[in-house]
Design a protein around this ligand. Structure first.
Ligand code: SF4
Length: 323
């Protein structure tokens, strides 16, 4: 069952050079209790797509088309007041840098109690107990004592756990994790991902993981959508994606992963296009090793490879795959 469905989302920015569309007709869904990874190079549009779900967009950004359905309602049409009730309570964000969410001037206890009061309408002993339980759930040692600490007294991994505890204390149905482990070392990274997986399995929480780290995705994601230049170019479940990728960009990303005995790592030549650049045809064609004449002036539409796997590439049509 889909908990979030993004349908034909278009979003742009008012730049110095005028209006520029950054997200082109993006559609994907997040199912209940799944971890869906949105992957791609920096600047491909994955974070802004995720932020549109929370309606946390920069002032110069605007959604021009599309729907974001959460539990059956188009949240894009909700008044700000209603959206505030969903944000943080039902859909929580784990940012790359936890200090953007934690207030350095207040203790973890103050901050946990505040979200519990706002989103769960609890106060006093009940709220305090819920806060301790949430910190215990994310395995903060001596949780009750550590409630009194200020954020700077927590390590990077503990701060991320405290943010996850806030989502748990509010019983968030969806967690958007935006590069949640980038600032952490490898062992702490694994602990945070294990924690997210536990929450997914035990509470049925849906997780949208924004990342460029394919090793992390391989280990943890149920489904993967690849973004390039503001479009989703391939979507599939974990085995389809890693065993039989279809889009040349996905293949190039996978070939650039470190692999024992493979020798030199492959790189993808060139750079992803900036928002100012207009590219006709397939947006990946200037960097694609398999490009054909048709790719330079025609835009490939989505081709379904299986019930759960699709990609946008003319090669799929050319090979005449029976879908
Ligand atoms: Fe490469 Fe053409 Fe496929 Fe684009 S449509 S990825 S340029 S082969």
């Amino acid at each position: 069952m889909d908990i979030i469905e993004i349908k034909n989302l278009r979003l742009g920015f008012n730049c110095e050079c005028g209006w520029r569309e950054a997200i082109h007709n993006v559609s994907f869904s997040l199912k209940k209790g799944e971890l869906h990874a949105l992957v791609g190079e920096s600047g491909c549009g994955k974070t802004i797509t995720a932020m549109s779900i929370l309606n946390l967009l920069p002032k110069n950004a605007r959604i021009t088309e599309g729907e974001i359905i959460f539990n059956g309602n188009n949240i894009l049409s909700l008044p700000q007041r209603e959206m505030n009730k969903i944000r943080g309570a039902k859909i929580a964000l784990i940012p790359q840098d936890p200090m953007t969410s934690l207030n350095p001037l207040y203790t973890i206890e103050n901050q946990l109690l505040e979200v519990i009061k706002i989103h769960q309408n609890l106060e006093g002993k009940e709220a305090y107990q819920k806060a301790v339980e949430a910190l215990e759930m994310v395995q903060i040692p001596c949780a009750e004592a550590r409630m009194k600490s200020y954020p700077h007294e927590y390590s990077g991994g503990m701060k991320q756990r405290a943010i996850i505890a806030m989502a748990l204390a509010c019983n968030a149905e969806v967690i958007i994790a935006d590069e949640p482990t980038t600032a952490l070392d490898v062992t702490i990274q694994a602990q945070i991902m294990n924690l997210l997986n536990e929450i997914k399995h035990e509470k049925g929480t849906s997780i949208l993981l924004i990342t460029h780290d394919l090793a992390l995705v391989k280990e943890n994601a149920d489904r993967i959508s690849v973004m390039y230049a503001g479009e989703i170019v391939e979507s599939g479940n974990n085995s389809e994606f890693f065993i039989c990728p279809k889009h040349p960009y996905t293949k190039a990303l996978l070939n650039s992963l470190p692999n024992k005995g493979k020798g030199r790592l492959e790189t993808i030549s060139g750079q992803p296009p900036s928002i100012q650049q207009t590219i006709d045809g397939c947006k990946f064609h200037p960097r694609c090793k398999e490009r054909m004449e048709i790719c330079e002036c025609n835009h490939p539409s989505e081709t379904r490879v299986s019930r759960t796997h699709s990609a946008k590439c003319f090669l799929l049509n050319k090979k005449g795959v029976d879908f």
